[in-house]
Ligand binder design. Structure first.
Ligand code: HEC
Length: 396
């Protein structure tokens, strides 16, 4: 499966089990003393991981980006801040236990994609963007995909970069399990470039590698996403208050991002990468002359222009929701969830299998049911889109 934005939350050094200790008094903000005569302000309760630098930590000398943003937010709202420490091994689980379990009022740093946890979580306006970045020595210039040819590129296991680069000949990928390992591979000259999660790469570059490397954020589906402050459904009033003060925190957030080494350059698009993705539907058999199979109704070329709107709408739903497991643009190297193989796998039954699977899901296998979340028109659009990316051929 692809790493979903939620997985990025668990990117942290392994450590002992955390206890749910609220260090309320310790971190209450001095600057937020209530005005004379007013009721004492209710503390703003934040949940944070005590050992997840650059994002959060319980070290007073190095509280982390999100906690420092939290402190600034508390000041702006004139409320003291308290922390509920929770070790986030896994993003969505953490959100469920902490935020939805009412242990805190807000969680800073959630990927604010509408599908993150359905309607259970609502978001502030984005506070920054985060995503994957290319890390390389400062004298190497990379501005498009062909610059990666002949190079050894470290990619994180089951990440979008791994999925994308797997589709290209001439790029050697080296699989690593964490950004830390990617940086080490680079430093040991086992890789020329690392295409890894940017915030941690930036932090390590700053703290462990003396700013030796260039870090370039990369834009694109599944590569860069907005990050916001999350609240439990129903906390609209607090969310609106936070949105109202966010503009005045902008400069501080930029300053803090730099302090913690996050890549702050303008993200670039690897243009060739995007082009390559468009052609991938037929890239599986680039050398073959057109066969009748390639001209079959399941092939891209056969989609009538009038259908283009449905395809575009379906593409959007797909990349917004399905892509987290099935890969952006349906590019997925794990065969059993590679939806480009639906036609090869099911032939004429493809449509029936699609409908049954998306309506009912296969909960035991990790495929959610989408009935009630998307209407049939939307699911039909997704189907229209999937038809355009089917791998040519039929039968097994
Ligand atoms: C949380 C991860 C996840 C998401 C999100 C997801 N799927 Fe799936 N999907 C799976 C898994 C895992 C399977 C394979 C189940 C199995 O092994 O039988 C699957 C299987 C399928 C299949 C059947 C594939 C086959 O070859 O039998 C279809 C069709 C499908 N998904 C469509 C979708 C669509 C459309 C969306 C978006 C609306 C979507 N999925 C979103 C995890 C997901």
């Amino acid at each position: 499966m692809l790493a979903t934005p939620a997985d990025k939350l668990r990117c942290r050094a392994p450590g002992g089990r955390g206890s749910l200790v609220a260090l309320a008094a310790v971190l209450a903000l001095i600057a937020s003393a209530p005005r004379a005569g007013a009721e004492p302000a209710q503390p703003l309760r934040l949940c944070a991981d005590p050992t997840n630098l650059p994002f959060s930590s319980d070290r007073p000398d190095m509280p982390g980006l999100y906690n420092e943003i939290g402190d600034a937010l508390g000041k702006a709202l004139n409320r003291p801040v308290t922390y509920n420490w929770y070790k986030s091994y896994f993003g969505k689980r953490t959100v469920r236990v902490t935020l939805l379990g009412k242990q805190c009022d807000a969680l800073i740093g959630l990927p604010s994609t509408s599908d993150f946890m359905g309607p259970a979580v609502i978001f502030s306006k984005p506070i920054m963007k985060q995503g994957y970045a290319l890390v390389t020595s400062k004298d190497r210039h990379i501005s498009n995909l062909s610059d990666l040819k002949q190079l050894r590129v470290a990619v994180q296991y089951e990440s979008t970069p791994q999925n994308l680069l797997a589709q290209h000949d001439g790029i050697t990928t080296i699989t690593v399990l964490s950004p830390d390992e990617g940086m080490k591979a680079l430093d040991a000259n086992k890789a020329d470039v690392a295409f890894i999660w940017g915030p941690v790469a930036g932090w390590l570059n700053k703290t462990a590698y003396n700013d030796k490397y260039e870090i370039i954020s990369i834009d694109g589906d599944g590569l860069l996403w907005p990050v916001a402050i999350g609240f439990a459904k129903g906390s609209n009033a607090l969310r609106d208050q936070v949105d109202a003060v966010l503009p005045e925190l902008g400069a501080r957030i930029t300053e803090l991002s730099a302090k913690y080494g996050l890549p702050n350059d303008r993200p670039i698009k690897l243009t060739a990468l995007t082009q390559a993705k468009v052609h991938l539907a037929s890239a599986d058999a680039p050398m073959k002359p057109a066969t009748s199979a390639e001209m079959s109704p399941s092939h891209a070329a056969a989609v009538p222009a009038s259908n283009q709107e449905a395809v575009n709408a379906g593409h959007e739903v797909f990349n917004g929701t399905c892509a987290h497991c099935h890969g952006p643009d349906a590019i997925q190297s794990e065969r059993h969830i590679d939806l480009r193989r639906l036609h090869i796998r099911y032939g004429d039954d493809m449509r029936d299998v699609f409908w049954k699977t998306v309506h009912e899901g296969r909960p035991a296998k990790g495929m959610p049911a989408w009935k009630g979340i998307f209407d049939d028109k939307q699911l039909n659009d997704v189907y229209a889109y999937l038809l355009t990316v089917q791998t040519p051929g039929s039968g097994n």
